[in-house]
Ligand binder design. Structure first.
Ligand SMILES: [Zn+2]
Length: 175
């Protein structure tokens, strides 16, 4: 028997979730999922009523969400009317997987960024003009600032590296 209790998401996880859903399925899908967050199961008419969207629009979004494993449904035959009723709910496993996949992606990006920071040497203008400059470019401009002419200084990116390492470690720990 599948548990039909609504999944409880704390503020932070539901924010992450909403950003993800917006990215994957658009803003209207976020409205639909928000209705579903506090309910164990809903029918499409209920979502339409709550969001003010048209029923066929809600259905289109639900199928898109189903396709991306964000929602799931069970159906029951309405004996009297002779057709199926669909009860929609959030797909807990699907969502967990999506969040996991996403985390993997973020981790890979952070590791790449860390490698970049560790391999490169940067320079910066002591008067604060512009961004930091990688070694090759600083060499090209003979270690002089394009804007004010000051001699460029070595930029210590140790703090950036430490921050990246801490972020990576925190993500790796989190199951
Ligand atoms: Zn300068």
């Amino acid at each position: 028997m599948v548990s039909r209790a609504p999944v409880h998401y704390d503020k932070e996880s539901s924010d992450v979730l909403m950003r993800l859903i917006s990215l994957l399925c658009g803003e209207d899908a976020v409205k639909v999922v928000k209705v579903m967050l506090n309910e164990s199961e809903v029918i499409d008419e209920f979502i339409a009523e709550k969001t003010g969207m048209r029923l066929n629009q809600v259905r289109r979004i639900l199928y898109d969400l189903l396709d991306k494993r964000i929602v799931t449904y069970r159906r029951e035959i309405d004996e009297e009317k002779g057709y199926f009723l669909y009860f929609w709910s959030l797909n807990k496993e699907g969502l967990r997987e999506i969040v996991k996949e996403r985390k993997k992606l973020v981790l890979n990006r952070l590791r790449e960024r860390l490698r970049y920071e560790e391999q490169k040497v940067f320079f910066v203008c002591p008067n604060g003009c512009g961004d930091r400059i990688p070694f090759e470019r600083a060499l090209d401009q003979q270690f002089k600032c394009f804007q004010c002419g000051a001699m460029l200084q070595n930029f210590d990116n140790q703090r950036i590296i430490e921050k990246l390492k801490a972020k990576i470690e925190a993500l790796e720990k989190d199951p």
